[in-house]
Design a protein around this ligand. Sequence first.
Ligand SMILES: *Cc1c(COP(=O)(O)O)cnc(C)c1O
Length: 234
Amino acid sequence: MTDDLATLAGRLAAARAGIDAACHATGRDPSGVALLPVSKTFGADVVAEAAGLGLRRFGENKVQEIQAKAAELAPLGLDWVVIGHLQTNKAKAVAALASEVQSLDRLDLAVALDKALQAQGRAIDVLVQLKTSHEDSKTGLPPDQLLSFLGELRAFHSLRVRGLMTIAEHSEDEAVVRANFRHVYQCRNSARDAGFEVERLSMGMSGDYALAIAEGSTEVRIGSAIFGARNYKH
Ligand SMILES: *Cc1c(COP(=O)(O)O)cnc(C)c1O
């Protein structure tokens, strides 16, 4: 049976089948690759429909959007994962709402998040976002600063460091994209050798998740392939 790509359920099934196929193609166990649906720009009604299909965690890149959806969908008890560039002045709102931040990329943000989380008596999982692409538009910590940054993060008890995240270069050249992912995989191994617990690798989006899985991703962040094309005009 082919999936009906006109429905959310059909696109979700197709994305899962694509992840499974990418795993099998590289001899990996599909249970080692999680799917993070990215619901940014889609309304609470769409997220509610996705929740009805069993999805519990949603990636978002704007704090205001999480606030609006979390308020509307509070009874569902969903987990909100921040994947977008975060301004330090948003730390309080993030500490109040997010279950996880994958875009931790600098010390002043860690300081602000930890302080806000301590005030709430909470701790959250975080991933360190590495900048692997040369595009100016992409944010993230320079990979050569990873070990010192991880060392500094040890002081923040409300931030449970679990792994690394990256956004690969937007390129038609698969070798360029794969090299970005491979770089993060290698950084993870170096960090592990240095004694840091950074098992998770959040790498891969709708257009490049098969390459990310081939390079060791443990979590793919998929938006448009599941929810459809985004309309940024609000
Ligand atoms: C929007 C976004 C995604 C999902 O992108 P798609 O190409 O729609 O799958 C993944 N990661 C981050 C950080 C994003 O901002």
